[in-house]
Design a protein around this ligand. Structure first.
Ligand code: MEV
Length: 320
Protein backbone atom coordinates (compact mmCIF):
# COMPACT_ATOMS: atom_id res chain seq x y z
CA UNK A 1 0.00 0.00 0.00
CA UNK A 2 1.18 3.53 -0.78
CA UNK A 3 0.24 6.52 1.34
CA UNK A 4 0.53 10.13 0.23
CA UNK A 5 -0.53 13.54 1.44
CA UNK A 6 -0.81 17.03 -0.07
CA UNK A 7 -1.42 20.46 1.47
CA UNK A 8 -4.19 22.97 0.86
CA UNK A 9 -3.58 26.41 -0.65
CA UNK A 10 -4.30 30.05 -0.04
CA UNK A 11 -4.13 32.67 -2.76
CA UNK A 12 -2.30 35.74 -1.47
CA UNK A 13 -2.17 38.05 -4.52
CA UNK A 14 -3.29 38.05 -8.14
CA UNK A 15 -6.65 36.28 -7.81
CA UNK A 16 -8.51 36.07 -11.15
CA UNK A 17 -5.88 38.00 -13.14
CA UNK A 18 -3.78 34.80 -12.95
CA UNK A 19 -6.43 33.05 -15.06
CA UNK A 20 -5.64 35.61 -17.77
CA UNK A 21 -1.90 35.30 -18.24
CA UNK A 22 -0.73 37.33 -15.23
CA UNK A 23 1.19 36.14 -12.16
CA UNK A 24 -0.06 35.39 -8.67
CA UNK A 25 1.38 34.51 -5.27
CA UNK A 26 0.07 31.41 -3.55
CA UNK A 27 1.10 29.62 -0.36
CA UNK A 28 0.52 26.03 0.72
CA UNK A 29 -1.34 25.58 4.02
CA UNK A 30 -0.80 22.79 6.51
CA UNK A 31 -4.20 21.12 6.27
CA UNK A 32 -3.45 17.94 4.36
CA UNK A 33 -5.38 15.60 2.08
CA UNK A 34 -4.30 12.00 2.65
CA UNK A 35 -4.68 9.16 0.18
CA UNK A 36 -3.87 5.46 0.39
CA UNK A 37 -3.75 3.33 -2.72
CA UNK A 38 -3.23 -0.35 -3.39
CA UNK A 39 -3.51 -2.64 -6.41
CA UNK A 40 -6.36 -5.11 -6.81
CA UNK A 41 -6.23 -8.34 -8.81
CA UNK A 42 -9.50 -7.59 -10.62
CA UNK A 43 -10.30 -4.61 -12.85
CA UNK A 44 -12.45 -2.48 -10.60
CA UNK A 45 -11.65 0.68 -8.74
CA UNK A 46 -13.10 0.89 -5.26
CA UNK A 47 -13.17 4.34 -3.69
CA UNK A 48 -13.76 5.25 -0.07
CA UNK A 49 -13.86 8.95 0.76
CA UNK A 50 -15.68 9.29 4.09
CA UNK A 51 -15.37 13.11 4.09
CA UNK A 52 -17.28 13.16 0.81
CA UNK A 53 -19.82 10.57 1.96
CA UNK A 54 -18.46 8.02 -0.46
CA UNK A 55 -18.43 4.44 0.75
CA UNK A 56 -17.24 1.59 -1.45
CA UNK A 57 -18.00 3.37 -4.71
CA UNK A 58 -17.15 0.97 -7.52
CA UNK A 59 -16.13 1.88 -11.05
CA UNK A 60 -14.77 -0.49 -13.69
CA UNK A 61 -11.73 0.71 -15.63
CA UNK A 62 -13.76 1.16 -18.79
CA UNK A 63 -16.38 3.20 -16.91
CA UNK A 64 -13.71 5.77 -16.06
CA UNK A 65 -14.61 7.38 -19.42
CA UNK A 66 -18.21 7.89 -18.29
CA UNK A 67 -19.50 10.79 -16.17
CA UNK A 68 -18.78 10.17 -12.47
CA UNK A 69 -20.60 11.37 -9.37
CA UNK A 70 -19.37 14.80 -8.33
CA UNK A 71 -17.61 13.70 -5.13
CA UNK A 72 -15.62 10.96 -6.90
CA UNK A 73 -14.70 12.92 -10.01
CA UNK A 74 -11.25 14.24 -9.09
CA UNK A 75 -10.02 10.84 -7.90
CA UNK A 76 -11.38 8.87 -10.86
CA UNK A 77 -10.37 11.42 -13.50
CA UNK A 78 -6.84 11.40 -12.02
CA UNK A 79 -6.76 7.61 -12.35
CA UNK A 80 -8.06 7.74 -15.93
CA UNK A 81 -5.52 10.38 -16.98
CA UNK A 82 -2.66 8.49 -15.32
CA UNK A 83 -3.68 5.19 -16.98
CA UNK A 84 -4.03 6.90 -20.37
CA UNK A 85 -0.71 8.71 -20.17
CA UNK A 86 1.37 5.74 -19.02
CA UNK A 87 -0.54 2.87 -20.67
CA UNK A 88 -1.28 1.21 -17.33
CA UNK A 89 -4.47 -0.68 -16.39
CA UNK A 90 -5.11 -2.13 -12.93
CA UNK A 91 -7.78 -2.55 -10.33
CA UNK A 92 -7.30 -0.24 -7.34
CA UNK A 93 -8.43 0.36 -3.80
CA UNK A 94 -8.28 4.07 -3.00
CA UNK A 95 -9.14 5.80 0.24
CA UNK A 96 -8.91 9.54 0.84
CA UNK A 97 -9.10 11.36 4.12
CA UNK A 98 -9.11 15.11 4.53
CA UNK A 99 -7.87 17.22 7.42
CA UNK A 100 -9.84 20.16 6.12
CA UNK A 101 -13.36 20.90 5.06
CA UNK A 102 -14.30 21.32 1.41
CA UNK A 103 -16.35 24.41 2.35
CA UNK A 104 -13.25 26.41 3.28
CA UNK A 105 -12.16 26.62 -0.34
CA UNK A 106 -8.60 25.71 0.61
CA UNK A 107 -8.05 23.56 -2.44
CA UNK A 108 -9.27 20.09 -1.51
CA UNK A 109 -9.86 19.17 -5.18
CA UNK A 110 -6.33 19.92 -6.34
CA UNK A 111 -4.90 18.33 -3.17
CA UNK A 112 -6.79 15.09 -3.75
CA UNK A 113 -5.72 15.08 -7.40
CA UNK A 114 -2.05 15.50 -6.47
CA UNK A 115 -2.24 12.88 -3.71
CA UNK A 116 -3.78 10.30 -6.04
CA UNK A 117 -1.37 10.98 -8.93
CA UNK A 118 1.66 10.87 -6.63
CA UNK A 119 0.36 7.62 -5.13
CA UNK A 120 -0.14 6.08 -8.59
CA UNK A 121 3.37 7.06 -9.71
CA UNK A 122 4.81 5.37 -6.61
CA UNK A 123 2.56 2.31 -6.88
CA UNK A 124 3.46 1.66 -10.54
CA UNK A 125 7.04 2.86 -10.30
CA UNK A 126 6.61 5.64 -12.84
CA UNK A 127 9.09 8.49 -12.42
CA UNK A 128 7.23 11.81 -12.38
CA UNK A 129 8.92 15.14 -11.71
CA UNK A 130 6.96 17.84 -9.93
CA UNK A 131 6.37 19.44 -13.34
CA UNK A 132 5.00 16.11 -14.72
CA UNK A 133 2.72 15.89 -11.69
CA UNK A 134 1.66 19.49 -12.18
CA UNK A 135 0.88 19.00 -15.90
CA UNK A 136 -1.25 15.92 -15.27
CA UNK A 137 -2.99 17.49 -12.24
CA UNK A 138 -3.74 20.64 -14.24
CA UNK A 139 -5.14 18.57 -17.12
CA UNK A 140 -7.32 16.68 -14.62
CA UNK A 141 -8.61 19.89 -13.05
CA UNK A 142 -9.38 21.42 -16.47
CA UNK A 143 -11.12 18.21 -17.62
CA UNK A 144 -13.53 18.69 -14.72
CA UNK A 145 -13.75 22.43 -14.09
CA UNK A 146 -13.01 23.70 -17.63
CA UNK A 147 -11.46 26.90 -16.29
CA UNK A 148 -8.67 27.83 -13.88
CA UNK A 149 -5.04 28.90 -13.79
CA UNK A 150 -3.59 25.77 -12.13
CA UNK A 151 -2.16 27.79 -9.20
CA UNK A 152 -3.83 25.39 -6.75
CA UNK A 153 -2.17 22.36 -8.34
CA UNK A 154 1.23 24.08 -8.18
CA UNK A 155 0.76 24.99 -4.51
CA UNK A 156 -0.21 21.49 -3.45
CA UNK A 157 2.60 19.82 -5.44
CA UNK A 158 5.54 22.17 -4.84
CA UNK A 159 4.51 23.46 -1.40
CA UNK A 160 5.96 26.60 0.24
CA UNK A 161 5.05 29.94 -1.30
CA UNK A 162 5.16 30.38 -5.05
CA UNK A 163 5.24 33.02 -7.73
CA UNK A 164 3.08 31.40 -10.39
CA UNK A 165 2.03 32.33 -13.91
CA UNK A 166 -1.02 30.84 -15.68
CA UNK A 167 -0.78 27.18 -16.61
CA UNK A 168 2.58 26.79 -14.87
CA UNK A 169 4.50 28.96 -17.36
CA UNK A 170 6.48 30.16 -14.34
CA UNK A 171 6.60 28.36 -10.99
CA UNK A 172 9.18 29.91 -8.68
CA UNK A 173 9.58 29.47 -4.93
CA UNK A 174 9.42 32.62 -2.79
CA UNK A 175 11.25 32.84 0.49
CA UNK A 176 8.47 33.74 2.88
CA UNK A 177 9.21 32.43 6.34
CA UNK A 178 6.97 33.99 8.98
CA UNK A 179 4.05 35.43 7.03
CA UNK A 180 1.76 36.83 9.81
CA UNK A 181 -1.45 36.27 7.90
CA UNK A 182 -4.83 35.98 9.58
CA UNK A 183 -7.45 34.00 7.69
CA UNK A 184 -11.19 34.47 8.14
CA UNK A 185 -13.86 32.31 6.57
CA UNK A 186 -17.12 33.98 5.54
CA UNK A 187 -19.30 30.92 6.08
CA UNK A 188 -20.35 31.18 2.42
CA UNK A 189 -19.15 28.62 -0.14
CA UNK A 190 -17.78 30.30 -3.26
CA UNK A 191 -18.61 28.85 -6.66
CA UNK A 192 -15.20 29.22 -8.30
CA UNK A 193 -16.20 28.17 -11.83
CA UNK A 194 -19.14 30.56 -11.78
CA UNK A 195 -16.99 33.48 -10.58
CA UNK A 196 -14.24 32.75 -13.11
CA UNK A 197 -16.76 32.54 -15.95
CA UNK A 198 -18.36 35.81 -14.82
CA UNK A 199 -14.96 37.53 -15.04
CA UNK A 200 -14.46 36.08 -18.57
CA UNK A 201 -17.82 37.63 -19.45
CA UNK A 202 -16.78 41.03 -18.06
CA UNK A 203 -13.50 40.79 -19.99
CA UNK A 204 -15.43 40.14 -23.22
CA UNK A 205 -17.73 43.11 -22.55
CA UNK A 206 -15.08 45.61 -21.47
CA UNK A 207 -11.70 44.30 -22.61
CA UNK A 208 -9.76 47.53 -22.13
CA UNK A 209 -10.89 48.26 -18.60
CA UNK A 210 -10.53 44.70 -17.39
CA UNK A 211 -7.13 44.19 -19.04
CA UNK A 212 -5.92 47.40 -17.40
CA UNK A 213 -7.14 46.02 -14.10
CA UNK A 214 -5.23 42.75 -14.67
CA UNK A 215 -2.05 44.66 -15.63
CA UNK A 216 -2.30 46.63 -12.37
CA UNK A 217 -2.74 43.35 -10.52
CA UNK A 218 0.46 42.00 -12.13
CA UNK A 219 2.40 45.05 -10.86
CA UNK A 220 1.01 44.53 -7.35
CA UNK A 221 2.04 40.87 -7.43
CA UNK A 222 5.62 41.77 -8.37
CA UNK A 223 5.84 44.35 -5.58
CA UNK A 224 4.23 41.96 -3.09
CA UNK A 225 6.80 39.31 -3.93
CA UNK A 226 9.57 41.74 -2.93
CA UNK A 227 7.66 42.85 0.18
CA UNK A 228 7.17 39.25 1.30
CA UNK A 229 10.82 38.34 0.71
CA UNK A 230 11.94 41.39 2.67
CA UNK A 231 9.41 40.80 5.47
CA UNK A 232 7.98 44.29 4.94
CA UNK A 233 4.47 43.55 6.27
CA UNK A 234 3.33 47.17 6.14
CA UNK A 235 4.03 47.25 2.41
CA UNK A 236 2.43 43.82 1.93
CA UNK A 237 -0.70 45.07 3.77
CA UNK A 238 -0.91 48.18 1.60
CA UNK A 239 -0.63 46.00 -1.50
CA UNK A 240 -3.42 43.74 -0.17
CA UNK A 241 -5.65 46.81 0.03
CA UNK A 242 -4.74 47.81 -3.53
CA UNK A 243 -5.37 44.28 -4.80
CA UNK A 244 -8.76 44.31 -3.05
CA UNK A 245 -9.71 47.55 -4.87
CA UNK A 246 -9.00 45.80 -8.19
CA UNK A 247 -11.01 42.73 -7.19
CA UNK A 248 -13.91 44.95 -6.17
CA UNK A 249 -13.73 46.66 -9.57
CA UNK A 250 -14.12 43.37 -11.45
CA UNK A 251 -17.13 42.59 -9.27
CA UNK A 252 -15.98 39.56 -7.28
CA UNK A 253 -16.15 40.94 -3.75
CA UNK A 254 -19.30 40.66 -1.64
CA UNK A 255 -20.87 42.30 1.43
CA UNK A 256 -19.86 39.49 3.72
CA UNK A 257 -16.23 39.66 2.54
CA UNK A 258 -16.18 43.46 2.80
CA UNK A 259 -17.56 43.22 6.32
CA UNK A 260 -14.71 41.00 7.52
CA UNK A 261 -12.11 43.06 5.63
CA UNK A 262 -13.34 46.29 7.25
CA UNK A 263 -13.36 44.67 10.70
CA UNK A 264 -9.78 43.42 10.28
CA UNK A 265 -8.57 46.82 9.15
CA UNK A 266 -10.33 48.66 11.99
CA UNK A 267 -8.63 46.30 14.44
CA UNK A 268 -5.21 47.35 13.19
CA UNK A 269 -4.42 45.04 10.24
CA UNK A 270 -1.95 46.52 7.74
CA UNK A 271 -4.27 45.40 4.96
CA UNK A 272 -6.87 42.84 3.97
CA UNK A 273 -8.38 41.28 0.87
CA UNK A 274 -10.47 38.39 -0.33
CA UNK A 275 -8.52 35.23 -1.13
CA UNK A 276 -9.50 33.14 -4.15
CA UNK A 277 -12.57 33.36 -6.33
CA UNK A 278 -14.52 35.84 -4.20
CA UNK A 279 -18.24 35.84 -3.47
CA UNK A 280 -17.49 33.86 -0.28
CA UNK A 281 -14.80 31.49 1.03
CA UNK A 282 -11.93 33.25 2.81
CA UNK A 283 -10.45 36.68 3.36
CA UNK A 284 -6.90 37.28 4.53
CA UNK A 285 -5.29 40.10 6.46
CA UNK A 286 -1.82 40.84 7.71
CA UNK A 287 -0.86 42.40 11.04
CA UNK A 288 2.14 42.70 13.31
CA UNK A 289 2.39 40.64 16.51
CA UNK A 290 0.79 43.23 18.77
CA UNK A 291 -2.36 43.48 16.64
CA UNK A 292 -2.63 39.83 15.62
CA UNK A 293 -5.07 38.82 18.40
CA UNK A 294 -7.15 42.01 17.94
CA UNK A 295 -7.56 41.32 14.25
CA UNK A 296 -8.42 37.69 14.84
CA UNK A 297 -11.08 38.65 17.42
CA UNK A 298 -12.48 41.41 15.20
CA UNK A 299 -12.97 38.94 12.34
CA UNK A 300 -14.84 36.59 14.67
CA UNK A 301 -16.92 39.43 16.16
CA UNK A 302 -17.92 40.42 12.62
CA UNK A 303 -19.30 36.91 12.04
CA UNK A 304 -16.29 35.30 10.38
CA UNK A 305 -14.58 32.10 11.44
CA UNK A 306 -10.88 32.42 12.21
CA UNK A 307 -9.01 29.60 10.47
CA UNK A 308 -5.79 28.69 12.20
CA UNK A 309 -3.44 27.73 9.37
CA UNK A 310 0.30 27.42 9.07
CA UNK A 311 1.60 28.65 5.75
CA UNK A 312 4.50 27.43 3.60
CA UNK A 313 3.52 23.79 4.16
CA UNK A 314 5.43 20.94 2.45
CA UNK A 315 4.18 19.91 -0.97
CA UNK A 316 2.89 16.46 -1.95
CA UNK A 317 4.80 13.63 -0.32
CA UNK A 318 4.86 9.91 0.30
CA UNK A 319 3.85 9.06 3.88
CA UNK A 320 5.29 6.10 5.76
C1 MEV B 1 -9.71 30.74 -7.20
O1 MEV B 1 -9.34 30.19 -5.95
C2 MEV B 1 -8.63 31.62 -7.78
C3 MEV B 1 -8.90 32.12 -9.17
O2 MEV B 1 -7.81 32.97 -9.55
C4 MEV B 1 -9.08 30.99 -10.15
C5 MEV B 1 -7.78 30.32 -10.60
O3 MEV B 1 -6.71 30.93 -10.53
O4 MEV B 1 -7.87 29.17 -11.06
C6 MEV B 1 -10.15 32.95 -9.18
Amino acid sequence: MVKTSSPGKLMLFGDHSVVHGRPCIVTAVDYRMNASLSERRDDIIVLNAPDMNIENYVSSIKDLEKPQPKQARFVLTSVRNFFDKYGIRSGLDIETKSEFRVEYGLGSSSAVTASVLKGLSELFDVRMSNKDLFDLSYKTILDIQEVGSGFDAAATIYGGSLYFVTGGRVIEPIKAKELPIIVGHTGVKADTSKMVKMVYQRLAEEPERINRNFDESAKIVDRARRGIEEGNWKEVGMLMDQNQVLLREIGVSSDVLENLITAAKKAGAYGAKLAGAGGGDCMISIADKKNYENVKNAIEDAGGKFIDVKLNADGVRIEK
